[in-house]
Design a protein. Structure first.
Length: 414
């Protein structure tokens, strides 16, 4: 590592752009459901559709974008997806001001934003791999992770205050502006990005859409990590709504207590991301990946035992603190492991397939656990998810991956 772990001006602009858009996202956290309920008088089914149907359709729309982006320079794609999200989100306050806002528009915007999110994540991973040497990828991913948790701590309280004073539409404006600022930051990175090699076939074929999944499933180390991520994230997110019902309904917690139960433990993610690189340096990437992956699966079962009062609140905060700390260690190590194991000319397709699967599995499991919560009760459904999560470490890579041979980079053209 370079002295002081300075990653250069280009990464600094990219990091700043990421932090700006992440803060905007958290400022507007929950804004769409609130707009649907408060402005459009939407019912529970419509509110659920905003998160589940919007995410699923957005993931489907993003499927052909991964192969298309692979053979293009990534910086213009990053700027373009930021501008798409900026424009799409701005239609919400514009329609609200004109008195023509509809639920269909909210749903369409959620689809566009979900597809752009997936494409941005895939292109940003490929761009990062061309921007930094392999030995700096873990430092960069740890910084992204720490920024995620920092904005998680700061954003929702500020967004909640803004919603209380100005209404939920105001936070959508803030989110839109954050994407515009992100686009400007990425543009400021400058530099000459090498042009990817052109595809051998001139036109995209239907089979090309599956290239990312083929690559993942053919790799003995990426394959288990892929399934682990999809199942773990899906089950954890599936219990969020049930925990809200349990805490806010059955146990009588107030909204501020519920918010505190999840905002304060985000400090664990900040600490975990700061420790990821030192732990890998001391114990090795494979061991840290497996141990953190095992430990993060142990915590969620504790949420099934939450009770009323201060004791129940402290239990939720303790469980979330442990879970988020382990995720703070695991996530940057996993992201680095994935980039190192993926050939440069396949990064976008691979990350796109990864994100599409994760979003789709989360939406599907959220719907399934919603049904189970209705049949079995939220506590039992949360406990069932916790038991299933205990099996997810079986999907982690069990052996150290051999270094991936990379082709020599082609000389960049001026």
């Amino acid at each position: 590592m370079r002295s002081g772990h300075r990653l250069g001006r280009q990464f600094g602009w990219l990091w700043g752009a990421y932090g700006t858009s992440a803060l905007g996202t958290w400022l507007a956290f929950g804004a769409f459901p609130l707009i649907a309920i408060q402005v459009l008088d939407a019912g529970p089914a419509e509110v659920a559709a905003l998160s589940s149907v919007g995410a699923l359709v957005g993931a489907a729309v993003a499927v052909p974008l991964g192969p298309w982006v692979e053979f293009r320079r990534k910086r213009p794609v990053l700027i373009g997806t930021d501008l798409v999200r900026f424009a799409a989100l701005l239609t919400i306050p514009a329609a609200f001001a004109l008195g023509v806002l509809s639920f269909v528009q909210l749903l369409l915007v959620s689809v566009v934003v979900a597809a752009a999110d997936i494409t941005f994540r895939a292109a940003s991973g490929a761009y990062l791999k061309t921007l930094l040497p392999a030995e700096d990828l873990l430092v960069a991913n740890a910084r992204f992770e720490s920024t995620t948790w920092t904005t998680t701590i700061i954003g929702p309280p500020l967004g909640g205050a803004a919603i209380g004073i100005l209404g939920p539409v105001a936070t959508v404006v803030a989110d839109a502006v954050s994407y515009l600022l992100s686009a400007l930051g990425i543009r400021a990175t400058g530099g000459q990005e090498p042009r990817p090699e052109r595809r051998q076939a001139g036109r995209m074929r239907a089979g090309d859409l599956l290239d990312g999944w083929r690559y993942i499933l053919a790799d003995a180390t990426l394959r288990p990590l892929f399934f682990n991520t999809a199942v773990f994230n899906g089950l954890v997110m599936a219990t969020d709504a049930l925990l809200a019902v349990l805490m806010l309904g059955h146990l009588g917690f107030t909204p501020w207590q519920y918010g505190l139960a999840f905002a304060a433990p985000a400090i664990g993610g900040l600490l975990g991301s700061r420790l990821a690189r030192p732990l890998v340096t001391r114990f090795g990437q494979q061991r840290v990946l497996v141990v953190a992956g095992v430990l993060r699966a142990i915590w969620p079962l504790g949420l099934a035992f939450v009770g009323p009062g201060t004791g129940g609140l402290l239990l939720v905060m303790g469980v979330e603190l442990g879970l988020i700390f382990c995720c703070g260690v695991f996530n940057p190590v996993s992201a680095t492991y994935r980039l190192e194991r993926t050939a440069t000319e396949r990064v976008t397709r691979t990350l796109s397939a990864w994100s599409v699967t994760t979003k789709a599995s989360t939406a599907l499991l959220t719907a399934v656990w919603g049904v189970l919560g209705g049949l079995l009760g939220p506590r039992t459904a949360i406990g069932l998810a916790g038991v299933l999560l205990l099996s997810t470490p079986l999907l982690l890579p069990r052996r150290t991956a051999a270094p991936l041979a990379e082709p020599e980079p082609a000389p960049s053209r001026a």
